[in-house]
Design a protein around this ligand. Structure first.
Ligand code: DC
Length: 225
């Protein structure tokens, strides 16, 4: 599958990468990989099965065999074993479990293989933490989106409220700080920009401006598109 262009959009939670990746993929007619959703579904599935996260081989097996569906119950929907879990995976529990399973090397390795399968013609926009550093190091365009933790907490709050999920801003801020620390300090694939990534601080930028800037970078990286 090398040769099929990948646009890697990495960054911490609430940096806006999800929405930006979705809009960029649509604008280019590319496939989309929301890698965070894979970690979230795995975390939720492990929780539902009462799996002890220290049993890393059982977790890896679960990661390899998970029945995950994208877009089956609506454009942004995610399902587990045919059941719509779009809201459950975005809950505080879903976020926490995702970050926990993300720190386990055997789980990352099992999900790594699944992520590669998303690389299909005419191209892929991949959103996550380690798309440009580890999963698709040959991505033709690498972008690292960031924003202040306060701004990211506010964005996540608005997103959750818009989806009808209860949220408390100070609790979101505390959880984000905790997850940032866990995601950045873990031994495997820690959250950090690839050396060849363009870093965009979006604290003061509108979504429109970020999408336009990313599309400019894609044009520069893929002039024949
Ligand atoms: O992008 P997100 O907030 O949906 O990701 C949820 C969690 O999943 C995040 O805290 C860490 C983990 N994750 C990861 O470890 N690697 C990725 N490529 C994507 C997500």
């Amino acid at each position: 599958m090398p040769g099929i262009p990948v646009i890697a959009i990495d960054g911490p939670s609430g940096s806006g990468k999800g929405v930006v990746a979705e809009r960029v993929a649509k604008a280019l007619g590319f496939h989309l990989l929301d890698s965070g959703a894979l970690y979230r579904v795995l975390g939720l599935a492990a929780h539902l099965k009462n799996l002890n996260l220290e049993q890393d081989q059982a977790l890896a097996e679960l990661a390899r065999t998970l029945d995950i569906g994208f877009g089956e119950n609506g454009p942004d929907s995610v399902s587990l074993d045919g059941r719509d879990v779009s809201l459950d995976i975005r809950s505080a529990l879903g976020s926490d479990m995702a970050s926990r399973v993300g720190a386990i090397p055997a789980a990352r390795e099992a999900l790594f293989e699944r992520q590669l399968l998303f690389r299909q013609a005419p191209g892929l926009v991949a959103d996550g933490r380690d798309m440009g550093t580890f999963v698709f190091p040959d991505a033709v365009v690498k972008i690292f989106l960031t924003a202040s933790v306060e701004e990211r907490a506010k964005r996540r709050y608005k997103q959750l409220i818009a989806k009808g999920i209860d949220a408390i801003l100070p609790a979101l801020l505390r959880d984000l700080k905790e997850r940032d620390a866990r995601d950045s300090e873990r031994a495997v694939s820690p959250l950090q920009p690839a050396p060849d990534a363009t870093i965009l601080d979006t604290t003061e930028m509108s979504e429109e401006t970020v999408v336009a800037r990313v599309l400019e970078l894609v044009k520069a990286g893929l002039p024949n598109l």
